[in-house]
Design a protein around this ligand. Structure first.
Ligand SMILES: Cc1cc2nc3c(=O)[nH]c(=O)nc-3n(C[C@H](O)[C@H](O)[C@H](O)COP(=O)(O)O)c2cc1C
Length: 400
């Protein structure tokens, strides 16, 4: 089988060096990559590097190798075009359909999925001109990954950093696998909760659970690759930040509730994949609880935490919003799942069996997605990403 053909457009931002790592990941995972840098990009990383790493010729102008008509052919034959980093200038030229170099010609002739990974100073990213250009590109079907927040070129920090190349690679892999030029969640805002809450007993101890956050992160990554604006509300997890999502970190169930309800106000869908503690210690000891000689410890009294899923489902912040819950059951899995779906009033409930070595912390899971309309969608044992794609398929169907 032919290797999938990827065009890696590189524009003239300081983060161009990070595209070398993205290029490596793409070639090492079996893609045939043609790098098309802009003339400005070559000020940051030279043509020799792109050519040696990709094993393909590199040019920036339409006037090289004219007999092969590269300004048309490169785009026509691509299975994916990814521009990383995408400067404010390149986004503007792409949005306005300019064709003044090889990269913009390629973008006009490509009929495959296109991903932009912008990187620039916060002021440039927030400028109304850039906002409008990004909105135009998204409306036309491109996946524009939200930049990360962090250190920028100088000493300053803010939104505008190129996400980790490994995370951009993950978006490319997912977009390429779906192969659609119009992502079905484009223009949608989705909220995903992930990880396990921690309920403090004292300043050093907490009640927690075994959730790793992998399922929630897989949901956030797949939604971003399907074009959604994603708010990821993350309770405890050690996972790297996914590219292109707005990440909000929380600790307790009460904090998670506040963050989810706040983000849900304008969301099209909310997926509650976090393992939210049902109970928390009734009393928080402000000093560390000490052992006392010859005395047994005091029992820990618990109180109920708010039921966020039931609250969201009963009082939807927005009409037509799709609410998805997760049920982790240890026995009588389906019967308990059906009862929970009714009790909570959500649209979809992903029911999976959990145990010490099942689902929690694992890379794979197996589940049945129950619908309030009576539907049952089994998802065979496999990567959490597959379950995530199925959840978004069902959400997209319900959003129409
Ligand atoms: C040191 C330096 C760093 C730059 N970094 C960025 C950047 O991160 N993002 C951006 O949009 N422009 C950046 N620019 C400005 C672009 O290089 C400039 O707009 C150029 O015209 C972009 O051309 P291109 O889009 O064809 O690559 C930088 C310029 C310099 C000199």
């Amino acid at each position: 089988m032919d290797k999938p053909k990827v065009v890696l457009g590189v524009s003239g931002g300081i983060a161009a060096y990070k595209a070398c790592e993205l290029l490596r990941r793409l070639t090492e995972s079996g893609h045939d990559v043609r790098v098309v840098p802009t003339a400005s990009a070559l000020h940051f990383v030279g043509a020799a590097t792109w050519s040696a790493l990709s094993g393909n010729p590199v040019s920036t102008e339409v006037w090289d190798d004219v007999h092969e008509v590269p300004h048309v052919r490169i785009g026509q034959h691509a299975d994916l075009v990814v521009v990383a980093p995408a400067t404010a200038d390149t986004l503007a030229r792409a949005a306005h359909g300019l064709a003044d170099d090889l990269l913009t010609n390629t973008l006009l002739t490509a009929r495959c999925p296109v991903v932009f990974a912008p990187a620039m100073h916060t002021e440039m990213w927030e400028h109304p001109a850039t906002r409008e250009n990004v909105a135009t590109l998204r409306r036309r079907g491109a996946v524009v990954i939200e930049p990360a927040v962090g250190r920028l070129t100088g000493a300053d920090t803010g939104k505008g950093r190129l996400p980790d190349p490994g995370e951009i690679f993950e978006v490319c892999r997912r977009v390429l696998a779906r192969g659609v030029t119009r992502p079905d969640l484009a223009g949608r805002h989705v909220v995903v909760s992930a990880g396990g809450t921690r309920e403090p007993l004292d300043p050093v101890r907490f009640l927690g659970n075994r959730s790793s956050g992998k399922q929630g992160y897989a949901l956030a990554r797949t939604a971003a690759a399907r074009g959604a604006r994603v708010t990821l509300i993350a309770a405890d997890t050690a996972l790297p930040d996914p590219a292109g999502v707005d990440l909000v970190r929380v600790g307790t169930a009460v904090e998670l509730r506040e963050a989810v309800l706040g983000a849900a106000a304008d969301a099209d869908a909310v997926v509650m994949a976090a393992a939210v503690a049902d109970f928390r210690p009734a009393v928080y000891a402000t000093g560390k609880i000490k052992k006392k000689d010859g005395q047994e410890p005091e029992p820990v009294a618990l109180v109920r935490n708010p039921d966020i899923l039931a609250e969201l489902s009963g009082d939807r912040p927005r009409a037509g919003q799709v609410i998805v819950g997760f049920a982790a059951e240890t026995d009588d899995v389906l019967a308990n799942g059906r009862a929970k779906l009714k009790r909570k009033g959500c649209d979809l409930l992903v029911v999976n069996e959990v145990g010490e070595r099942k689902t929690f912390g694992a890379d794979e899971s197996e589940a049945v997605v129950l619908g309030a309309d009576g539907s049952e969608t089994p998802v065979a044992h496999g990567p959490k990403e597959v379950l995530a794609e199925t959840v978004w398929d069902l959400v997209a169907e319900r959003l129409g």
